[in-house]
Ligand binder design. Sequence first.
Ligand code: SF4
Ligand code: SF4
Ligand code: SF4
Length: 167
Amino acid sequence: MSDSENILKRRRFLRGKFASTHTPIRPPWAYDEAVFIERCSRCNACIDHCETGILFKGDGGFPEVDFARGECTFCQACVSHCQPGALSLSIASPWNLVAWINESCLAQNGVICMTCREQCPEQAIEIQPRLGSAALPVIDSERCNGCGACFAPCPTQSIQISEAKVL
Ligand code: SF4
Ligand code: SF4
Ligand code: SF4
C-alpha cells in the first residue's frame, strides 16, 4: 500500500473514531457541562454574535464549536451576549483545549509541510529538523491555547483539538 493510501486509511479510521466518541466543545468560558446545560436557554445569541462564525446549534439545540469553520479569537462576544450566564468571564480560563497532531500528518509521513505552524498565532508549533526526512511540527501544549487556527488549514486534517489531560 502506498504512503498516500495509508494516510487516507488512517484518516478514515480517525474520523470514524471521532464520530463514535463525539464530545461537544462548548463556547469559551462555559461552565462545566452539567451547569452549562442547566443554564443555557438555547437562545442562539452566542452563535449569532460569534465574529468568526465557529459556533453552531448542536445536539439538543445547545451551542458547539466547529473549528472546521475557523478559529476562536477570544473576542468574548459570545460571553457578553449570554444573558442566562451559561458563559461567564468569572471562569478564569476560556477552556482547557489543546491541539495535537495525529499520525496522518504529512511531515510524519516524510512530506515537507509547515502549514500548521504558519497559522498559529501563539507560535506554539515548533519545527524539529530530522536527518534524512521531513522536519516535524511539534505542538508546545503549554503555549497552545486551543484557538483552532491550525485545524482547518491542515491539508490532511491531522490536527485534533481536545481537552488537555489533567495530571
Ligand atoms: S470568543 Fe469570539 S470568536 Fe470565540 S467563540 Fe466567542 S464570539 Fe466566537
Ligand atoms: S448565549 Fe448563552 S444561553 Fe444563549 S445559546 Fe449561547 S450559551 Fe446558551
Ligand atoms: S490550537 Fe491555536 S495555539 Fe494551539 S497550536 Fe493550533 S493554532 Fe497554535
